[in-house]
Design a protein around this ligand. Structure first.
Ligand code: BYC
Length: 341
């Protein structure tokens, strides 16, 4: 897996890293580490074949794969409404959006694979509960308004979090995020547009939107992760340029942007303590229920069981497709291999 450090040594014809005395190896590694740190300090991008510290690789594999899992689990709550969309236009838009999420999962799994783990290994971690996915997708979608609110708040929070990842120090992740962010911004606007339509409708439609906002507001602002002083990964991820803006700063920016959008929409955000604080230059807000967040992250949210069961079933049901694809791939390469031999 760490062939690039061996490649570097191989260029000058020196012996393979593993055959060197330990002290020489560690000096070499120290130099590689220093060069890596200097590149990070200079704002350079790291490519898949570049040397990187083991923990940088592990942190990225964790974050990118969890991000990928969130995309494909995130297809479930919305997919649930494709057959019940109120008009053909809304149905076509929702279908396209859910397909986009599947595409985002693919780009992200591909980016995670460049770090050395196979897609099967990453998915096995999801299916066996060893890998996380975003807490937000463990809540049910009870009405059509939930679909609009997911677009507005959940995709809105996702964009706020993901735009800075376009500048992440790991280039394959940063590149994937550029395209994802463009699509997410369409997702956010379609959600807001669906809600605007409902807010111009009947009293029952307006009440449905307000009810959805009440249920999704707090889980949406929890999406940014725990407060900075309780976020074990933040300091190192900021040092490595994986994270560019902290959990709390992103949450504050999201709340500030959303307050005005809520006013235009004509809904009330369910937080009586939400108030502009001139001195801080941000809104103050009421207490966030972190015990609920950790309970959901730990597997005990309203929909955790259903979400994971749906993913495992999709994987099991798709076994024949994977099998057929591998047989086809073997048949395609077999004649070439035979000719070469
Ligand atoms: N849910 O030290 P921290 C989407 C975990 S997809 C669950 O701050 P970090 C969309 C965290 O993993 C949205 N777990 O961690 C898709 C860590 O546990 P581990 C997904 C969470 O990584 C379809 C622990 O708590 N977006 O938008 O520095 C349709 C301590 O946290 C959550 C991404 O994945 C959470 N909300 O920061 C529509 C973006 N928050 O792993 C929309 C990429 C924290 O150490 N990811 N945890 O066991 C990130 O930016 C960062 O990973 C996070 C967390 C800000 C999420």
């Amino acid at each position: 897996m760490y062939t690039q450090s061996m490649d570097t040594m191989g260029k000058d014809g020196s012996p393979d890293a593993d055959s060197r005395p330990k002290a020489v190896r560690s000096t070499e590694e120290m130099l590689l580490q220093q060069r890596f740190d200097a590149r990070i300090d200079d704002g350079d991008f790291i490519e898949a074949k570049d040397w990187m510290p083991e923990n940088y690789r592990k942190t990225l594999t964790r974050q990118i794969s969890q991000h990928a899992h969130s995309e494909i689990v995130g297809m479930l709550p919305e997919g649930n409404w494709i057959s019940r969309a109120p008009t053909l236009k809304r149905k076509a838009i929702l279908l396209a959006k859910v397909q986009d999420e599947g595409g985002h999962g693919l780009y992200l799994y591909a980016a995670a694979e460049t770090l050395g783990q196979s897609r099967d290994q990453l998915l096995d971690a999801l299916h066996t509960g060893r890998a996380k996915y975003s807490s937000i997708f463990n809540y049910p979608t009870l009405s059509w308004a939930d679909i609009g609110v997911i677009g507005w708040l959940v995709d809105g929070a996702a964009i706020m979090n993901q735009v800075p990842i376009c500048r992440c120090s790991y280039a394959p992740y940063a590149r994937a995020m550029v395209r994802i962010c463009r699509e997410e911004s369409f997702h956010q606007r379609q959600g807001y547009d669906a809600l605007l339509t409902m807010m111009r409708g009947t009293e029952a439609q307006k009440a449905m939107v307000q009810d959805a906002v009440n249920r999704w507001w707090w889980p949406s602002i929890q999406m940014f992760g725990p407060p900075d002083d309780q976020s074990p990964n933040s300091a190192q991820s900021m040092r490595w340029g994986i994270k560019r803006i902290s959990n709390d700063e992103l949450r504050a920016k999201f709340i500030d942007a959303t307050v005005d959008q809520a006013r235009v929409l004509g809904v009330t955000l369910p937080d009586p303590e939400l108030k502009w604080n001139e001195a801080r230059g941000h809104h103050d807000h009421g207490p966030i229920d972190w015990s609920e967040f950790w309970r959901v992250v730990g597997g005990d949210g309203p929909m955790n069981h259903e979400r994971l069961a749906a993913r495992v079933k999709a994987w099991d049901d798709g076994a024949w497709v994977r099998e057929a694809a591998s047989v086809h791939a073997r048949k395609q390469t077999a004649p070439a291999a035979a000719a070469a031999a």
